[in-house]
Ligand binder design. Structure first.
Ligand SMILES: *[C@@H]1O[C@H](CO)[C@@H](O)[C@H](O)[C@H]1NC(C)=O
Ligand SMILES: *[C@@H]1O[C@H](CO)[C@@H](O)[C@H](O)[C@H]1NC(C)=O
Ligand SMILES: *[C@@H]1O[C@H](CO)[C@@H](O)[C@H](O)[C@H]1NC(C)=O
Ligand SMILES: *[C@@H]1O[C@H](CO)[C@@H](O)[C@H](O)[C@H]1NC(C)=O
Ligand SMILES: *[C@@H]1O[C@H](CO)[C@@H](O)[C@H](O)[C@H]1NC(C)=O
Ligand SMILES: *[C@@H]1O[C@H](CO)[C@@H](O)[C@H](O)[C@H]1NC(C)=O
Ligand SMILES: *[C@@H]1O[C@H](CO)[C@@H](O)[C@H](O)[C@H]1NC(C)=O
Ligand SMILES: *[C@@H]1O[C@H](CO)[C@@H](O)[C@H](O)[C@H]1NC(C)=O
Ligand SMILES: *[C@@H]1O[C@H](CO)[C@@H](O)[C@H](O)[C@H]1NC(C)=O
Ligand SMILES: *[C@@H]1O[C@H](CO)[C@@H](O)[C@H](O)[C@H]1NC(C)=O
Ligand SMILES: *[C@@H]1O[C@H](CO)[C@@H](O)[C@H](O)[C@H]1NC(C)=O
Ligand SMILES: *[C@@H]1O[C@H](CO)[C@@H](O)[C@H](O)[C@H]1NC(C)=O
Length: 483
């Protein structure tokens, strides 16, 4: 049956696009680290300040504990440590300012002696096999701007002394085995712009001091066991949060707290962070109604609250002109949301992705289907309680690539015009355009979660297509193939 093949090929095309998208991100990433790794050679020819004895000894002590299968550290001999691979010195003072050893398969622990490199500005051990805990002496690196240790096996807690790194702008410790709570001293890092602690075993509440990080733009804490927002239980976040004293997180663009242990309501203070572009609270234990007030969040583009216990209706206010006027991505799948959708989302004109699968929505398929949501590319309404006919208006979605209506109580016939939906056949379109236009910052956060979610979902859809009684999808296929 050729129709079957054509049906599954839509999501596969989509999936391939996501994978391409992921690859793109990694390319950007690798380029960046290569440039860093090469800057030492730039300095080589011209500087003449030689290395400082104490720092040289500290580096040798650091090297002593490391396994180095690629023999990268063989160049670490002789007097002038400024000429060693991966080391960049200040050419006037001779102080080591950069330690750049990403992707070198280096193993072992970070020596206490690292604390002697007190002028270090960049410490990059991205993607090695570094294990063991942080030495407390890391707090001595008071000039550090970039600490980049992701993709290692670092364990233990983040030491309190991290709070002394007052110039730190980027702290990326993602993909390690760090445990315990975040130290409150994290609130001291007043220049921090990016904090990525995803995929560790960090637990407990977030320290309130995180609300003091006024330059923070990206906060990624997914894949941990963080249990409460900003250390405050219950529903009184907005009163207690240090949001009104001039230290608010007024630059925060991305907040990713997915796959944690959060419970209680979606905290209302979130709607006070007007700068948000990306908000992912998926795969937690959040319950109660979705926040009504999204006033002024004109840049919020991506909302993912999927896999929680949210109930009640989608607030009508979502997507009113003064609220969420940029929303492109709304995933509320696998919650307990109910009601009919007639008026809820009709103003979400910029929406590209809408996933409401696995809720308790009822009534007829809403009239906005194919009406006001011109750009919608990905629509999943499966596993709900929708009744009635599939409206002709569905054919108004000229960019639709993925449509899922299975596991509802729909009846009647399939509108023939569905077979004419161009993007269904060709792929490409609005969604890919938008994703390829994302800023690197957005991509960084999206990279960690979207392709994964999509893979899972698409697998689900494929599975539906192939094995389940997804009668609408199958009939839908037929109508496409009639063309
Ligand atoms: C440094 O850059 C050159 C080209 O400019 C490249 O051939 C070389 O592989 C780079 N070295 C490292 C260690 O990345
Ligand atoms: C010293 O370093 C600075 C910036 O790192 C660079 O602009 C300058 O050209 C260097 N001078 C020498 C003599 O290498
Ligand atoms: C360092 O190099 C510069 C030129 O690159 C030269 O003028 C200066 O005398 C050198 N200083 C020392 C201490 O060798
Ligand atoms: C880490 O480095 C290895 C090679 O040492 C490479 O194969 C792998 O793709 C890198 N992983 C990441 C996440 O960059
Ligand atoms: C911290 O740095 C100072 C020099 O700035 C050095 O004397 C001291 O030993 C360092 N402490 C540790 C624990 O590395
Ligand atoms: C945090 O900053 C304050 C004031 O800048 C300082 O007194 C305190 O020692 C810092 N705490 C830590 C743990 O670094
Ligand atoms: C977290 O990282 C470890 C390796 O450090 C990896 O095996 C695991 O799959 C990652 N978990 C998630 C949820 O990404
Ligand atoms: C936030 O910063 C202010 C002023 O610097 C300070 O008084 C307050 O204690 C800090 N709050 C937290 C929770 O660290
Ligand atoms: C998650 O929260 C539940 C209670 O809400 C608790 O029993 C469980 O231990 C928590 N898990 C972690 C890893 O903190
Ligand atoms: C929204 O984004 C624009 C463009 O990046 C920026 O100029 C504006 O300040 C942002 N608005 C808020 C409330 O952060
Ligand atoms: C939750 O929403 C429902 C309707 O959607 C409403 O009846 C109820 O009062 C709301 N509950 C709270 C606590 O706001
Ligand atoms: C993507 O960027 C291009 C060029 O900047 C622009 O013409 C196009 O409209 C953008 N597409 C979307 C979907 O934002």
């Amino acid at each position: 049956m050729p129709c079957h093949i054509s049906a599954t090929s839509f999501p596969i095309a989509f999936l391939v696009n996501f994978l391409l998208f992921l690859t793109q991100y990694y390319c950007v990433f690798l380029e960046a680290t290569t440039i860093l790794a090469n800057s030492s050679t730039l300095v080589d020819g011209s500087f003449n300040a030689t290395c400082i004895e104490e720092e040289r000894n500290a580096l040798l002590e650091f090297k002593h504990g490391l396994g180095d299968p690629l023999s990268v550290l063989d160049s670490w001999v002789g007097k002038d440590c400024c000429k060693w691979d991966g080391i960049v010195c200040n050419n006037r003072t001779g102080n080591v300012i950069k330690l750049l050893l990403s992707d070198k398969q280096i193993s072992g622990t970070i020596s206490v002696s690292i604390g002697s490199l007190s002028h270090l500005e960049t410490f990059d051990l991205y993607n090695n096999s570094i294990s063991g805990p942080f030495p407390t002496s890391i707090g001595n690196l008071s000039h550090l701007q970039t600490l980049y240790l992701s993709f290692n096996s670092i364990s233990g807690q983040i030491p309190m002394s991290i709070g002394s790194l007052s110039h730190l702008e980027t702290l990326d410790l993602s993909w390690n085995s760090i445990s315990g709570p975040l130290p409150t001293s994290i609130g001291n890092l007043s220049h921090l712009q990016t904090l990525d602690l995803s995929n560790n075993s960090i637990s407990g509440p977030l320290p309130t001091s995180i609300g003091n990080l006024s330059h923070l733009q990206t906060l990624v804490l997914s894949g941990n066991s963080i249990s409460e927002y900003l250390g405050l239980a219950g529903n009184r976040f907005s009163e207690l949060l240090p949001l009104n004293n001039g230290h608010e997180m007024s630059k925060l663009r991305a907040l990713d707290l997915s796959s944690n242990n959060l419970s209680g309501r979606v905290p209302s203070f979130l709607s006070k962070i007007k700068s948000l572009v990306f908000l992912d609270l998926s795969s937690n234990y959040l319950s109660g109604n979705i926040t009504r007030d999204w006033m002024g969040l004109q840049n919020l583009t991506i909302i993912d609250f999927s896999n929680n216990n949210l109930s009640g209706q989608i607030p009508n206010s979502m997507c009113s002109p003064s609220q969420l006027s940029s929303l492109k991505w709304l995933r509320l799948n696998n919650n307990k949301l109910s009601g009919d959708l007639e008026s809820s989302l009709q103003n979400c004109r910029t929406l590209l992705v809408l996933d409401l699968t696995g809720n308790k929505f009822s009534g007829a398929l809403p009239k906005w289907v194919g009406g006001s949501l011109h750009s919608l590319s990905y629509l999943r309404l499966g596993a709900n309680k929708f009744t009635g006919n599939i409206p002709e208006q569905l054919c108004g979605f000229s960019y639709l690539q993925v449509l899922e209506l299975s596991h509802n109580n729909l009846s009647g016939s399939i509108p023939r015009c569905l077979g004419n939906l161009k993007q269904m056949k060709t792929g490409g379109g609005m969604l890919e355009d938008w994703m390829s236009n994302m800023t690197i910052e957005e991509t960084i956060t999206v990279e960690g979660f979207d392709p994964m979610h999509m893979l899972l979902n698409l697998k689900g859809v494929e599975y539906d297509y192939a094995y389940r009684i997804a009668r609408f999808i199958r009939m839908f296929d037929l109508s496409i193939n009639e063309n």
